[in-house]
Design a protein around this ligand. Structure first.
Ligand SMILES: [Fe+2]
Length: 436
């Protein structure tokens, strides 16, 4: 056993030596919990090593010693150089092994030293790094493939024909790291069978009709051109095209996010269509600002249609205002029940860029997908130019600087967009930065 007085003296010596070595290097001693990217000076490491050697001598002289004093300074004794021989004082005797050997031993025990992330931490300085690449998919290239899909894809498991927009950065695997955007087509007379899933989805209609509709939890939502309809998480939904023309819409889903959270599931109804409930039972009527007083309004799961005629009316109301210097006259699709984001994971917006609009640069920690409702313009994302026209779609990665421009001096440009901002806001990670 170490006599009480000697242990206290040794600990005091160890701490003082560390402070002296750090001060000699001209640095303020940040203590044992220093930022991992801040490399300790060599003489400080040497001092720590000297402490370890003295600790080993103390052990040999007095026998077994308690582990706690070593653990307090344990990170000082490990070099981040995997090939460097290190003196390790994590056992009762001093041993020599490489960090790589130590890492291998930990891995065999399903453990991992935090130092393996040091290189990653260096790359994150100034982050977050943008996930994926900005990319534009032109309508004149995509549209023929949608029509071909009608022939080559006669019928799928769920009677749906959808093509997804995949970010060119292979590590993303979807449109952005949290959002999957696609386009779906239906032939006249077709029905896409009823099913539900934890994934939340929304449809922005490209080619609509009053006889094109989606039934969501028993409520039929008409899909006319430029309408937006919501199919929130776990809502039953089936699509019907009772018109005499092909129906096309934009699908936007939170698939990547739900998958990363390990919440993917799927449930077919077992019938092609679900029963349509009576109008007075419509969930959207119960989430309306004028709603039944005898029951709690629905909150999260509200099927809803935002008719374009209402959106256009709002755009006209605000047409004369200056709007936002970065995003123009940007209007949000608020959730009808909460007044908050459109869906818990996705926020939709429509923005009108006045003729000649040249937006100031901005970046946000959210990622976004865009659909061009009308007009022609250019969005610069970093040094990448995305020159867009009607029905093109494009993506802006997280934390990437962007600038929107309307290339017309006589007509407005209108963009519909979806972001993952609600998720980031919920966990305190949403930030924006304005440029000049
Ligand atoms: Fe679905």
């Amino acid at each position: 056993m170490i006599p009480d007085g000697d242990l206290a003296k040794f600990m005091d010596y160890s701490i003082q030596l560390g402070h002296q070595q750090f001060a000699a290097a001209g640095l303020i001693d940040p203590g044992p919990s220093r930022p991992p990217y801040l490399e300790a000076p060599n003489n400080y490491i040497a001092g720590a090593r000297e402490c370890g050697q003295r600790w080993a001598i103390l052990q040999r002289e007095f026998g077994a010693a308690p582990a706690a004093p070593q653990a307090a300074n344990a990170d000082l004794f490990i070099s981040t150089d995997p090939d460097k021989q290190i003196e390790e004082t994590t056992s009762m005797t001093t041993t020599t092994k490489t960090l790589a050997q130590f890492d291998t031993e930990l891995a065999a025990m399903s453990l991992r030293g935090q130092w393996v992330y040091d290189a990653m931490l260096e790359r994150l300085i100034g982050g977050p790094n943008s996930a994926g690449k900005p990319h534009l998919w032109r309508w004149d290239a995509v549209s023929p493939k949608l029509m071909e899909m009608l022939d080559v894809m006669s019928e799928s498991f769920t009677a749906r024909r959808n093509v997804s927009f995949i970010n060119p950065a292979p590590e993303v695997g979807s449109t952005t790291q949290t959002i999957l955007m696609g386009m779906q087509v239906t032939k006249p007379g077709e029905t896409a069978w009823a099913h539900r899933h934890p994934i939340s989805a929304l449809r922005f209609v490209i080619e609509g009709d009053e006889k094109l509709y989606t039934v969501v939890n028993g409520e039929p939502l008409v899909m006319e051109t430029n309408d937006l309809v919501l199919t929130p998480t776990w809502t039953w939904h089936d699509h019907h095209n009772e018109s005499d023309k092909v129906g096309i819409w934009l699908d936007v889903l939170d698939v990547p996010l739900v998958a990363k959270l390990g919440q993917m599931a799927y449930e077919p109804l077992g019938e092609v269509t679900q029963e349509v409930i009576r109008p007075e039972q419509f969930p959207s009527a119960r989430a309306n600002p004028i709603r039944p007083q005898w029951e709690q309004p629905a909150r999260q799961v509200v099927p809803y249609r935002y008719a374009w005629r209402d959106v256009e009316q709002q755009l006209q109301r605000f047409a004369a205002v200056a709007g936002c210097p970065h995003d123009g006259i940007a209007l949000e699709y608020a959730n009808p029940a909460t007044g908050g984001p459109t869906l818990p994971t996705l926020r939709c917006a429509v923005q009108s860029l006045p003729p000649g609009f040249a937006g100031k640069p901005k970046r946000k920690t959210s990622s976004a997908v865009f659909y061009v409702v009308e007009g022609e313009g250019t969005t610069m994302v970093g040094d990448i130019e995305l020159k867009w026209g009607p029905r093109d779609v494009f993506s802006i990665p997280s934390w990437a600087w962007y600038e929107h421009r309307n290339n017309s001096s006589g007509s407005r440009a209108v963009l519909f967009s979806v972001t993952d901002a609600p998720v980031l806001e919920a966990v305190g990670l949403y930030r924006e930065e304005a440029g000049k």
